[in-house]
Design a protein around this ligand. Structure first.
Ligand SMILES: [Zn+2]
Length: 340
């Protein structure tokens, strides 16, 4: 009896540890296509799109750290014994490429594919930003430590302590990270042929970044879109918004039923794409109109943000009230200086 109770406690502990470590929920999308949906963590991980072809596996995007990517790899190995032969990196942001070395470790022959601009962007900006995090993460941790001292209730304290432990683990891992750059690049289109399957790897112009890549499976009517279209809110720090509108029009012209974006849940159909295009159009038009009337950035913000919040706040699931401020700042810069 004592032994059984001990075993029970061990099982609970093991299960507890497993649950605490789980960073992804793997969901079937359609035949042999899965999405590893990232749960929130201190350093955001992207989702992974997993296409199981008849001889090999194609994965889209590689998280913010190898330990997270190893968790995706473990999930892939539960789904199939086929090797990951191709890893596609959609854009230069660290939450999409920093875990790539885990695929190289697991399958040394893996081909890492991106557009030429994305490879250039990782080399010129992505790596610098990783190095900058060696400074910014400790600053964030200092702030969390200060918040912890001020926290009054136990729940808040536990949340901050958890964030601090995630931040410390990320910082430790960041110091040892190796960048695995894409070793195959393309300019407009690359096709992966695999007996009965064909996947199109597409560059459809600038948008969320200068090098956005889409992976389109015409047979299963699935498209993986990185952050050019995803389930959270559009972020525009490196975006070319006018080009993005054209890019999303080209995406809309494709025949698909499911969208596996870089963040948030799997999207059905084209509703979110249409919403994003409508939002971009209105954001640009309202900002340009205010700027043309001589409004400063601050005046433009106070004039149009309430309208945008009122109209789109309920349609974007996460942090729109913060992101809309940055979006207007980008749109103001774009419409007043014509850069990007
Ligand atoms: Zn992202």
């Amino acid at each position: 009896m004592k032994c059984a109770r001990w075993l029970f406690l061990v099982l609970i502990a093991v299960q507890g540890h497993f649950l605490a470590a789980q960073l992804f929920d793997v969901k079937p999308v359609t035949d042999d296509v899965y999405a590893a949906i990232a749960r929130p963590t201190f350093r955001t991980n992207c989702n992974a799109a997993i296409f199981i072809l008849n001889r090999e596996v194609v994965v889209v995007d590689a998280e913010s750290k190898p330990s997270a990517t190893r968790e995706v790899i473990a999930q892939i190995k539960r789904l199939t014994d086929k090797p990951v032969k191709y890893l596609v990196i959609t854009h230069l942001h660290g939450d999409h490429f920093q875990g790539a070395e885990a695929y190289v470790d697991a399958w040394p022959g893996v081909q890492i594919i991106s557009s030429e601009s994305t490879r250039d962007g990782i080399r010129s900006q992505g790596i610098t930003r990783m190095q900058r995090e060696l400074v910014t993460v400790p600053i964030a941790m200092e702030k969390l430590t200060a918040d912890l001292k001020k926290a009054s209730d136990d729940k808040e304290k536990a949340t901050i302590e958890h964030q601090l432990s995630e931040a410390q683990a990320y910082l430790t891992e960041l110091k040892q990270m190796k960048v695995s750059l894409p070793n195959v690049t393309f300019d407009r289109r690359l096709t992966i042929h695999s007996d009965t399957d064909t996947l199109e790897v597409l560059f459809l112009g600038k948008g969320h970044s200068d090098g956005d890549v889409f992976v389109y499976d015409p047979k299963r009517r699935v498209i993986a879109t990185g952050d050019a279209l995803q389930g959270w809110v559009p972020t525009m720090g490196d975006a070319s918004i006018y080009d993005w509108l054209q890019q999303l029009k080209a995406v809309e012209d494709l025949d698909f039923k499911y969208v596996i974006g870089g963040h948030g849940d799997v999207l059905q159909g084209k509703d979110t794409l249409i919403l994003w295009r409508q939002y971009f159009t209105e954001l640009l038009a309202e900002t340009a109109s205010a700027a043309a009337q001589g409004a400063s950035l601050e005046e433009t913000k106070s004039r149009i943000i309430p309208t945008l919040l009122d109209k789109y706040g309920s349609q974007f699931p996460r942090d729109f009230s913060k992101t809309v401020i940055a979006n207007v700042e980008t749109a103001y810069r774009v419409t007043t200086t014509q850069t990007k």
